[in-house]
Design a protein around this ligand. Structure first.
Ligand SMILES: NC(=O)C1=CN([C@@H]2O[C@H](COP(=O)(O)OP(=O)(O)OC[C@H]3O[C@@H](n4cnc5c(N)ncnc54)[C@H](O)[C@@H]3O)[C@@H](O)[C@H]2O)C=CC1
Ligand SMILES: O=C(CO)COP(=O)(O)O
Length: 333
């Protein structure tokens, strides 16, 4: 059964780059927004400066966004955006599960797969917030681009198509378009898989392998993202859409991507321990989990496998490139 949701108050959990950008989007879409972060000092600085200088410098917080480190605003919200890294999602979801408004849908905006459990993000919500409807927002969208009001299109997914449509309508602004779908699995897989592949593209760029090699990696990367997606029930049109191919192209082609930048640093020879520059690179956490899943379903993912081996210290960059080039010749499918 589909209920009609009227969303007026939106709660954003996590005041990183993406949470802050999405809080501004929701405010520009006309809502009152509560932006929660766990660190009271960080919240005080955001409230004082009306800028999240630590995570999204140079972007003024919309007047309708209220930063807080207590739970009151989130408890009153009728739509929740969960915007913490995938590996923190379970803990944060457990913390908020008992206090959210009954019936308030939860939109996961993280891209990844949980280590240890190998669960996709919507399944983490199903476990930690039983009875609540999870939605997933994903697609090509750098936080800075979105926050500056540059044109952006993303996908909003929920098993209940009407819910996805309602959330999409609630968050849309003239510069932020949401396409809705009921292919939840397809959307969360695209966002998780592209981060690992972006590290590979970064490695090739950092190593100076050239634009042709970069394009080959995007195309062959998309082939393995698609094989994986199909094995887990994703629809082809989703994988070829914004949250799959769209986000893969963005992340594999821009140094703005933290995953790509991690790869570039590795390709240039920087040691693993320093290569992320202290920034979140979700693909580094998702690589081992996606390969676990791929192995179980007998899906070949040679590029992701090479990335995982490099990140685990089992293979150096030269070895990884040799492995990919030395693969047996095969049909293109
Ligand atoms: N930055 C971007 O352009 C985009 C990011 N995303 C996704 O959004 C998610 C978050 O990324 P960003 O905001 O960019 O990262 P970020 O590094 O800017 O911020 C992450 C925030 O989560 C907080 N956090 C981490 N663990 C926590 C916990 N246990 N409890 C409370 N807060 C916690 C951190 O303090 C930090 O403020 C990732 O999954 C990323 O893939 C998706 C689309 C665009
Ligand atoms: O997901 C993103 C763009 O769609 C952000 O990419 P990074 O997490 O690699 O910075």
């Amino acid at each position: 059964m589909t209920h009609h949701h009227a969303f007026t108050r939106i709660g954003v959990i996590g005041a990183g780059a993406w949470g802050t950008a999405l809080a501004n989007v929701a405010a520009r879409a006309g809502h009152s927004v509560d932006l929660w972060a766990r660190d009271a000092h960080h919240v005080a600085a955001i409230a004082r400066d009306r800028v999240n200088a630590k995570k999204l410098p140079g972007i003024a917080l919309d007047a309708k966004v209220s930063p807080a480190s207590d739970h009151a605003g989130i408890a009153a919200a009728d739509l929740i955006l969960l915007v913490v890294p995938t590996q923190s999602l379970r803990g944060v979801a457990q913390r908020f599960a008992p206090i959210l408004k009954p019936g308030a849908p939860v939109v996961v905006c993280a891209k990844g797969i949980e280590q240890g459990t190998d669960l996709f993000v919507s399944d983490i919500i199903a476990q930690t917030m039983p009875g609540r409807q999870p939605a997933v927002l994903s697609g090509p969208s750098f936080a800075h681009d979105v926050a500056r009001g540059l044109p952006t299109a993303v996908t909003i997914a929920a098993s209940d198509a009407a819910l996805a449509e309602q959330i999409g309508a609630a968050l849309a602004t003239p510069s932020f378009r949401l396409y809705h779908t009921d292919d939840l699995r397809g959307v969360e897989i695209g966002g998780a898989a592209k981060n690992v592949l972006a590290i590979a593209c970064g490695i090739a760029a950092g190593r100076g392998l050239g634009a042709s090699a970069g394009a080959a990696l995007v195309a062959r990367g998309f082939a393995e993202l698609s094989r994986f997606g199909r094995a887990f029930g994703a629809r082809g049109e989703t994988l070829m859409g914004l949250s799959g191919l769209g986000d893969l192209v963005l992340t594999c082609g821009s140094i703005q991507s933290r995953n790509f930048a991690l790869g570039v640093a590795l390709g240039e020879g920087m040691p693993l321990a320093r290569a992320s520059g202290g920034k979140l690179a979700e693909g580094a956490f998702t690589a081992s989990a996606i390969l676990d899943l791929a192995r179980k379903r007998h899906v070949e993912m040679p590029i992701s496998q090479a990335v995982d081996a490099v990140l685990a210290g089992r293979l150096d960059i030269g070895g990884a490139i040799d492995t990919l080039l030395a693969r047996p010749l095969r049909g293109e499918g």
